[in-house]
Design a protein around this ligand. Sequence first.
Ligand SMILES: Nc1nc2c(ncn2[C@@H]2O[C@H](COP(=O)(O)OP(=O)(O)OP(=O)(O)O)[C@@H](O)[C@H]2O)c(=O)[nH]1
Ligand SMILES: [Mg+2]
Length: 355
Amino acid sequence: MILTIFGYPKTGKTILFNLLTRQREIVSKFSSSHNELHKAVVDVPDSRLESLAAYFETPPVFAKIEYLDTGSMGYGEIKNSTFVDILRRGDGLVHIVRGFTDAEIPHPAGKVDPARDIAQMESELITVDFISLDKRREKLTAEMRRTGSRELKEELDLTLRLQAHLEAGHPLREFNLTEIEESRLRGFAFLSQKPLIHLINADEDNYRSFQKLACPPERRRTVQVFCGRLETELLELDAEERALFQSEYGLADYHYIRDTFIQTSYELMNLASFFTVGHDETRAWTICRGDSAWVAAGKIHSDIQQGFIRAEVIPWNDFLSAGGFPQAKEAGKLRLEGKDYPVQDGEIVHFRFNK
Ligand SMILES: Nc1nc2c(ncn2[C@@H]2O[C@H](COP(=O)(O)OP(=O)(O)OP(=O)(O)O)[C@@H](O)[C@H]2O)c(=O)[nH]1
Ligand SMILES: [Mg+2]
């Protein structure tokens, strides 16, 4: 899974990237290069997987997230940015919003105002999609003149409806697509259709006031607040000093973005994990909630998917409390499921397939 960190200049994109990936890329007052792109792949921590790995005495193989940290994108200029294609590659987008005040780092729009910048960015993403759809509309209209098939007409019709939706100021995330429409659009990687996390980067003194802008994941969008610089500094202290500092500054309940971010993004993107276990490795795989056993098989290998017979399924904790497969079977906890079974978060799945 790829998450792309982006935003206007000097908002704390690289600070967040460093926090999430434990890297030490340079954070500075001077503008990063327009072509600069940092990349890092990190494990998705999972204590359930660790317990299973300890049981099987095999190394845990965690699910992975790749973070991309883009360079500056001008205010009002996202559509012209060299990074648009990199945004398209992301399975989800992480928009860093300037919340901190610093007289030495001017805001391109003058005043620091996260609510305005959130709305501005949403409208910029909408514009990028509108432009792509407009090119598509022109192409389809020309083709329609030549051939005029029913399928083309349906596509043009969908394009026009999407454009009207965008023109009214709504992101494609909020457009209800049928399954056929969704598959038609899959190749386009529209930006306003991607799950979006707005992260306000605040100072310790305005952190609380921006909390009122926060909203939990809903309709594939969420707003959260963190303190990039403070968190970076706190993580350099030992646990005792950190606790002392936090209680002195009234930040005892501050949630470290480094610890909460993955869960937030899993919730936002509706992701879940299933496990495969065995003699060589104990491994976590990422799926979307509701994905069938057949889809899950395809995450591992297309051969397993094509030869799918049945899936043996058991929740990870039922397995551990039973103390092994034969015991779980005896207790009636091990189930045999077919292709359409929706795999649940935290299940161990063993696929039976024709080789
Ligand atoms: N006061 C304060 N300053 C911050 C905070 N986060 C970042 N900064 C400062 O803002 C500057 C830019 O931080 P970066 O993380 O490099 O920001 P960026 O968005 O990656 O910058 P570009 O890649 O150049 O667009 C640095 O001088 C940071 O010290 C914060 O939470 N509070
Ligand atoms: Mg940067």
